[in-house]
Design a protein around this ligand. Sequence first.
Ligand code: DX5
Ligand code: ZN
Length: 219
Amino acid sequence: MYRIAPSILSANFAKLGDEVQAVVAAGADIIHFDVMDNHYVPNLTVGPLVCEALRPLTPAVIDVHLMVRPVDRIVPDFAKAGANIISFHPEASDHVDRTIGLIKEAGCKAGLVLNPATPLSWLDHTLEKIDLILVMSVNPGFGGQKFIPAALQKLRSIRKLIDASGRDIWLEVDGGIKVDNIAEVARAGADTFVAGSAIFGSKDYKATIASMRGELAKA
Ligand code: DX5
Ligand code: ZN
């Protein structure tokens, strides 16, 4: 019931294919693919060509986290490149409902990403259409930042909304997730955990993911 999603942002980009295969072999469920444009966020990473190159290397779900503006133009490209989930920040889209529709029409699951200061009201008219809610527990743009504790209350509130909806919506959390806080975050209601530096910054991916699962089993 819990999913672990290593973020390739903290992988060694000089051997990205090997890194993806290594974390999947180490027990990862999902590959979290951070797309930054140096416009919506002050950093620049990778695009659909890199997603397409990684696609044949693993059967794991590729979870594309778009931190770009505009959003819509790039959605079909990621769908063609083999993305399974595409999530975006509502503030970065002019027409949120249209963007969700575009992602679904392209055959992907759609996710909405809430920054630390983004209100839950974005879920008011979207909850019945989305497949995933991604709660940012850091401000987007960089790996290796410190977990913002206010994310816990936000997760609790969203967990209630999801349960009341009766829909199967994944509740993912992104930023500052480590072995020592993952259980607390799970207790707040998250079921899918992005971890970049905690996994790729460790020497033994398998041991780190196993420790995370051990903590989750206690939650
Ligand atoms: C931040 C990214 C995260 C990042 C998390 O904008 O969305 O996915 O890689 O990195 P850690 O786990 O190191 O906080
Ligand atoms: Zn991310």
